[in-house]
Design a protein around this ligand. Structure first.
Ligand SMILES: Nc1ncnc2c1ncn2[C@@H]1O[C@H](COP(=O)(O)OP(=O)(O)OP(=O)(O)O)[C@@H](O)[C@H]1O
Ligand SMILES: [Mg+2]
Length: 258
């Protein structure tokens, strides 16, 4: 595995036709952190991850392990050890869990070679299966997995690619309480050896598992710190209270503070 690296974002700016979605963000994620990125709908969370992974054009600077990422191609950024998941799962439904992991592990070696070569499970794949808790389901088609299990498979696909920075976009959306708990524990395990950034709306989930939190609002970092620090920040309470879609969350934050 590559050496554990941190993420250093400076004055990141992303505009779409004159609309600035990410507006001068500075963000430091130290190696081995489990950072939560929260904020109302449209705050710029996904766009920030898109910028880091090269999917949208951005200004400023994004350094990972000291190397500048902005201006690099999506593939080159991926090869530097950065992987992400999307708000909707993207696994090959007809292929088994194992085949999905094989393809991820052998990215570039050709899908059909991967499918034919089925003699034993390579060590990194076995380890990823174990880590994400899908060993028993290795031979099940991914399409038959529960929603939560698909997200775990996606995380497993990043693990076999030796990703050292995982950027996860709302990994527990739509999950049951037990699945959330299992996912949180999975992220805690993973982030011992890697750096993890999680975009999330679920405040209970954040409170249980975040090591640090950044709050984004209207393209800017509104607040940053531990869960307690961020929750106690009047600016954060104001943003959530003033946002109809996040009313439930706001009440939740207020109750927890009481
Ligand atoms: N490709 C695009 N073209 C134009 N505007 C965009 C594009 N992508 C995002 N935006 C706008 O940028 C802003 C930030 O969007 P983004 O998806 O990053 O928010 P988010 O914080 O991830 O929100 P959510 O919590 O709803 O996922 C929004 O106003 C959105 O409409
Ligand atoms: Mg988003």
């Amino acid at each position: 595995m590559s050496e554990l690296a941190g993420l250093e974002i400076r004055q990141l700016r992303v505009s779409f036709d004159g609309f600035t979605a990410v507006d001068g963000v500075d963000l430091d994620v130290r190696p081995g952190d489990l950072r939560f990125l929260i904020g109302p709908n449209g705050a710029g969370k996904t766009t920030l991850v898109d910028a880091v992974t090269g999917l949208v054009k951005a200004e400023g600077s994004v350094r990972f392990g000291g190397a500048e990422l902005l201006g690099r191609s999506v593939h080159r950024i991926a090869r530097s050890g950065i992987g992400r998941t999307f708000q909707t799962a993207t696994v090959f439904e007809e292929l088994t869990v194992l085949q999905n992991l094989d393809i991820a592990a052998g990215a570039g070696r050709g899908v059909w070679t991967m499918l034919r070569r089925r003699k034993g499970v390579p060590e990194p794949v076995a380890k990823a299966l174990e880590t994400v808790g899908l060993t028993e389901l290795a031979d099940s088609p991914a399409g038959t997995l529960a929603h939560g299990q698909k997200q775990w498979l996606e995380i497993g696909m990043l693990l076999v690619q030796d990703v050292t920075l995982l950027l996860l976009d709302e990994p527990v959306a739509g999950m049951s309480h037990d699945e959330r708990q299992a996912t949180g524990e999975l992220l805690e395990r993973i982030s011992v050896e890697r750096t993890v950034v999680v975009i999330e709306h679920d405040m209970d989930f954040m409170r249980s598992f975040a090591r640090s939190v950044s709050v984004l609002h209207a393209g800017k970092v509104l607040s940053e710190g531990t869960v307690a620090q961020v929750q106690a920040d009047p600016k954060v309470q104001e943003v959530y209270l003033g946002h109809a879609a996040a009313e439930e969350t706001a009440t939740d934050v207020a109750v927890q503070e009481a």
